[in-house]
Design a protein around this ligand. Structure first.
Ligand SMILES: [Zn+2]
Length: 599
């Protein structure tokens, strides 16, 4: 830590460069007054770093919390710090192109208003979504009703909705740990996520794109502005693209090159990303565009100006991902496991000296394990790990072997005193899982997690530890935010809708049930069959003609209504309507507030 280049203030200069106006106060509300964004709550970050925070993460928080309208270059502006992500505004002949309209309508509308106050009442003439993550499209209805061209990378719609369909409940629950939305904003609490401060909690919308970008080199002129695209599927998002604005000598890197090490696997859970192609696309971007750019900007953090700086920045980002990938594979092929590689790997000192390679959002530790997981999966090959007891059973046995709870607690205190918080957490976690009513164990573990959080350079690790500490002492706060908007649900494919029902079937309850229902979707002119047998709901498009228990004739909206627990009244049917009841009787409800740090 002593080696960190705190004398290097270039990021602060870049983050302030082109500042035009701030939102004052920096609080954004819904129409009925609920606060969905408040960056004034982070005013304490002005101060010196206290001993309850890692100085490097504190510094990143100071940079990310800056908010307002900034000029990037002639005719290109950014709204920064008014949501997790940035909204970029590119002025055209008739109006302004909005790139990535934030996560919620309220924040996007507030950002556009701030822009117009400074730059005149320009109409929005087009929207560009750089990728399929909600913090880059969810606020679209805050800037347009949809009567403009909307550009997006190929596969955008499928991926915009699919990431959260099947494991949505589990991801949302874990996202509470990752972002810490309910943690107090304070030097002891939430000080950002590294990528931005946190996610806004307003209304999420989605308007489908009207123009797909399908190949690298594709050029489109939008409102008189030439945009040249580079498709980068499988990088930070499954559907993502960078683009160059040749006439303004500006390069947008979407979320592929930002001022932190990104996640190869986010801690809330997701499919593992591919560091190998990520590095290759960064290399391609340098070749294609770096020579014709005076500024590079992204949909998080601040831009980088100057051709030499741009090449250095993109090269270091590329090498960071490539190094992690190649070294992980090298050590894997020497027989090391993910946990061992994460402990052994050392990043090149030249990269360590660059602030933007630091693990504020992703981390070398969890990214290396993700790369291992991508290639080899959860099993490290050691059969001792092939058939372990589940946590509670294992905890009981460990506690017994260590002389009961008194023994565990005294060992734990010893490791705390020696500063080995990692092993103290392991011991105390066993104590809590062996007996979750043990207040003393819970409080000691909460203390250990708090100290681990305060020592983390990574914003999401800090949030995970601090939320864990809070839940150990105060219990689980049920999440109140609903991230599924009607537009997101409507965007689900029919296959995704039926898959979502299938994964709610309570297997044992349905073992002896057998039924078939045909669904005739009038608005889509499609027929789908669901058949329940052996505890599994299979579905099939365009099924062959055969007798079924029930045929329902309905719209997709009706189907979504049934799925979310609505009544079947008024839906045309033929056959035994009780078949529908028999199906819903075996459907389980997800548990949005499940326990994580207790059994
Ligand atoms: Zn993002």
């Amino acid at each position: 830590m002593a080696d960190l280049p705190f004398h290097d203030r270039a990021d602060f200069e870049a983050a302030d460069r082109g500042f035009l106006a701030a939102l004052d106060p920096a609080v954004i509300r819904t129409a009925d007054g609920r606060v969905v964004w408040d960056s004034d709550a982070y005013g304490f970050l002005d101060g010196e770093c206290p001993d309850t925070a890692h100085p490097s993460l504190w510094r990143q928080g100071q940079l990310c919390v800056k908010q307002g309208l900034y000029e990037v270059t002639d005719g290109i502006y950014q709204i920064r710090g008014l949501d997790l992500s940035n909204m970029t505004l590119i002025e055209g002949d008739e109006g302004v192109i909005v790139v990535d309209p934030l996560l919620s309508n309220e924040c996007a509308a507030a950002g556009l208003k701030l822009y117009r106050e400074q730059r005149g009442d320009r109409p929005v003439t087009a929207v560009v979504y750089t990728h399929s993550h909600a913090d880059h499209f969810g606020g679209v209805r805050g800037v347009t009703d949809g009567d403009v061209p909307i550009l997006a990378p190929a596969g955008f719609m499928e991926h915009a909705v699919s990431e959260n369909v099947y494991a949505g409940t589990a991801m949302n629950r874990r996202a509470v740990y990752m972002y810490g939305p309910d943690l107090p904003r304070s030097p002891e609490g939430q000080i950002g996520t590294g990528l931005g401060m946190t996610t806004s909690t307003g209304t999420i919308s989605l308007i489908p794109p009207t123009l797909d970008i399908t190949r690298t080199g594709q050029e489109e002129t939008v409102d008189g502005v030439r945009l040249v695209f580079q498709l980068t599927p499988g990088t930070e998002a499954p559907s993502e693209m960078n683009f160059h604005v040749p006439d303004r000598r500006a390069l947008c890197m979407a979320e592929n090159a930002t001022h932190n090490q990104h996640n190869i696997l986010t801690l809330r859970g997701a499919l593992v990303r591919d560091t190998r192609v990520w590095a290759r696309y960064l290399d391609e971007a340098i070749t294609l565009f770096a020579g014709d750019a005076d500024v590079v900007f992204a949909s998080h953090h601040w831009p980088t100006w100057g051709s030499e700086n741009i090449v250095t920045f993109l090269t270091q980002q590329r090498d960071m991902y490539a190094y992690m990938h190649d070294q992980t594979l090298r050590m894997m092929n020497q027989g090391m496991t993910g946990i061992e590689i994460a402990e052994a790997i050392r990043m090149p000192p030249a990269l360590e000296q660059a602030w933007h390679t630091h693990g504020y959002y992703g981390s070398v530790s969890h990214n290396v394990k993700a790369i291992y997981q991508r290639y080899l999966g959860w099993f490290d090959g050691n059969p001792a790990h092939l058939w372990e007891h589940p946590p509670v059973e294992q905890a009981r046995r460990y506690v017994e072997c260590m002389g009961g709870r008194e023994g565990v607690l005294s060992y734990a205190r010893r490791y705390v005193d020696e500063g080995d918080l990692r092993f103290a957490a392991t011991l105390l976690n066993h104590a809590v899982f062996a007996d979750d009513g043990d207040r003393q164990a819970r409080e000691l573990l909460a203390e250990v997690y708090t100290r681990l959080g305060h020592g983390s350079e990574n914003g999401t690790w800090r949030n995970f530890y601090l939320v864990a500490a809070r839940e150990l002492t105060s219990g689980v706060v049920p999440p109140d935010l609903d991230t599924t908007s009607p537009e997101m649900l409507q965007a689900l494919s029919l296959e995704q809708v039926f898959d979502s029902i299938a994964i709610r079937v309570d297997g044992p309850k349905a073992w002896n049930e057998s039924l078939a229902i045909d669904w005739h979707l009038t608005d889509l002119d499609r027929r789908h069959r669901t058949a329940l047998s052996n505890g599994v709901l299979i579905h099939q498009a365009d099924p062959p003609s055969r007798p079924v228990d029930l045929t329902l004739t309905l719209t997709k909206r009706d189907l979504l209504g049934l799925l979310t627990g609505g009544p079947a009244d008024g839906i045309r049917h033929e056959g035994d309507l009780n078949a529908l009841n028999r199906l819903t009787a075996v459907l389980d409800d997800p548990a949005p507030a499940f326990a994580i740090v207790t059994p």
